[in-house]
Write a protein that binds this ligand. Structure first.
Ligand code: ZN
Length: 162
């Protein structure tokens, strides 16, 4: 039975649920996704859990925040007036946004809510501080091409492209 190892391309289905069982993301009903294992394409806890699994295997992984999107670093979302953003900026819920901090360094913030003239932004990823539950099924596995290894992601119709 073929097994998943690092630097291979694994094609898989997954259902990601939160602590309370709410489904956050799912590939069911769409195509499975292809990932380069051990390349940081997935949260570390899931990336590691794939290694050694067999094609056709279905399993569950519980990933604590430290192996997921990290612990929360900020107190929570805060409101910023809409007029602080460029007039043509596309601002929608769940969207990451690149801003320049006070020191001129770019930082990523996440939009949690757009309400009237206020935009709520959060310095943490929406899934930071959360325990994640993945229900995974390994569909197939294949060697990565040298180009895929160099780029750190999957090419071709099964990948997300560039
Ligand atoms: Zn590439």
């Amino acid at each position: 039975m073929e097994q998943v190892s690092e630097k291979q391309v694994a094609v898989m289905h997954y259902v990601l649920s939160g602590d309370d069982g709410t489904v956050i993301e799912s590939t069911r009903g769409q195509g499975p996704v292809a990932v380069l294992v051990g390349a940081g394409q997935l949260v570390p806890g899931l990336d590691r859990a794939l290694v050694g699994r067999s094609v056709g295997e279905r399993f569950e992984v519980e990933v604590p925040p430290a192996d997921g999107y990290g612990e929360r670093k900020s107190a929570g979302p805060h409101a910023v007036p809409r007029k602080e953003f460029a007039r043509d900026a596309r601002l929608s819920e769940g969207m990451p946004l690149r801003l320049r901090g006070g020191d001129g360094e770019p930082t990523i913030v996440w939009i949690t809510k757009v309400q009237g003239s206020q935009v709520w932004i959060d310095l943490d990823h929406p899934l930071a501080g959360k325990t994640l539950r993945f229900d995974v099924e390994i569909v197939s596995v294949r060697p990565a091409t040298p180009e895929e290894l160099a780029h750190g992601h999957v090419h071709g119709p099964e990948g997300h492209g560039h």
